[in-house]
Design a protein around this ligand. Structure first.
Ligand code: GLA
Length: 374
């Protein structure tokens, strides 16, 4: 399935890991509806690792664990489709999944057909236990082609964490998104690390195969599988804004049945989602203030001529960041200026003497959608 904007949804892994079952998945889908998240665009409900029995059946097919999914996966798919969602599942290119369940090595053709028969719309495909004797790119191409020919439109979500120079070959596998980073955890250091890793690989993302910075930790507050220390709401705001500016897929990872108002407001921020889902799909570029990788200024040209401008202060102190209007296509002699509002606060800004500048506290951001006026 080709999506021309970064896929959005919810995934079981960050909070629940192996503690998943039908009722969790369907009640989470209901919560996505009740909280307005489905209507904000979060359309894929993805069951990650640990859904299967440890053994295949006699015919070699994957078997959902009946204690977790007593009515099978087709039933889950039907229930999700009836609620207006698309259904995602998980497998791996190696001999086992990362958590030790059966994976698709040598079974790509049958497994793709099994997923199709179950009504699956999205497959996250991991990279654990890959045999040294076969290239990852070969295994991913196999699955990409198996999915392309399985009789159902299934979005291929590669998850090789950027290993083996994934960016060089992922575009040849049919994947529609590719995990470019190690796994996220719910800490500030993890968010900061994943952002810094993007600068050199931004040219490899975009329409066709989005660069996946991993699932969101917004609203986890230290709870669940990757919960660890948790982040402040400002850190979650910065995290979400960066994923939107970088056009990463947006897969919620918190327990959506228990979100607070701040979490919902972050995840539903219309300005940021408008930037994230911009139909033109231009890639952003990054300028580092003073060459410092903790002071990125991110700029992205949008379909209607607006400009998304994000200032990110990843340092532990207050910082001053700026961008020149000239570099955003508006030289002073044009007599025009740039103006716009900050995505979270609505605070207005405009270029003064050809510059837009902001002073930010530690671990915070300001993102503006700018228009040319005058
Ligand atoms: C890997 C992936 C994670 C998750 C787990 C499941 O670590 O990167 O996103 O899918 O496997 O075991």
């Amino acid at each position: 399935m080709i999506k021309n904007t970064p896929p959005m949804g919810w995934n079981t892994w960050n909070t629940f890991a192996a503690n998943i079952d039908e009722s969790l998945v369907l009640s989470s889908a209901d919560a996505l509806i009740a909280s307005g998240l489905r209507d904000a665009g979060y359309e894929y409900v993805v069951v990650d690792d640990c859904w299967a029995l440890k053994e295949r059946d006699r015919a070699g097919r994957l078997v959902p664990d009946p204690a977790k999914f007593p009515h099978g996966m087709k039933h889950v798919a039907d229930e999700l489709h009836a609620r207006g969602f698309k259904f995602g599942m998980y497998s791996c290119c190696g001999s086992m999944t990362c958590a030790g369940y059966p994976a698709s090595l040598g079974r790509e053709y049958e497994d793709a057909r099994t997923f199709a028969a179950w009504g699956v719309d999205f497959l996250k495909y991991d990279y654990c236990y890959k045999p040294a004797s076969v290239d990852g790119k070969t295994l991913y191409r196999r699955m990409g082609l198996a999915l392309a020919n399985c009789g159902r439109d299934i979005l291929f979500s590669g998850c090789s964490w950027g290993a083996d120079n994934t960016h060089e070959w992922i575009g040849t596998t049919g994947a529609n998104m590719w995990r470019s980073t190690p796994d996220i955890v719910d800490t500030w250091d993890s968010v900061k690390d994943l952002i810094k890793r993007q600068y050199s690989i931004l040219p490899y993302g975009g329409v066709g195969c989005f660069n996946d910075m991993d699932m969101l930790i917004v609203g986890m507050h230290g709870k669940g599988n990757v919960g660890l220390k948790g982040c402040t709401d400002d850190e979650y705001r910065l995290h979400f804004a960066a994923w939107c500016m970088f056009a990463s897929p947006l897969m919620i990872g918190c327990d959506v049945r228990e979100t607070d108002e701040t979490t919902r407001a972050i995840l539903k921020n219309e300005t940021l989602l408008g930037i994230a889902q911009d139909p033109r799909g231009n890639r952003p570029y990054v300028n580092l203030i003073w060459g410092c990788d903790e002071l990125p200024v991110v700029v992205r040209a949008l379909a209607n001529g607006d400009i998304a401008l994000g200032f990110f202060n990843l340092t532990d102190g207050q910082a001053h960041l700026w961008a020149t209007a000239e570099d955003m296509g508006v030289p002073e002699f044009s007599g025009k200026t740039l103006e716009g509002e900050e995505a979270y606060t609505g605070e207005k800004t405009r270029s003064v003497n050809g510059t837009i500048a902001v002073t930010l506290p530690a671990h915070s951001c300001a993102v503006y959608r700018l228009r040319i006026v005058g």
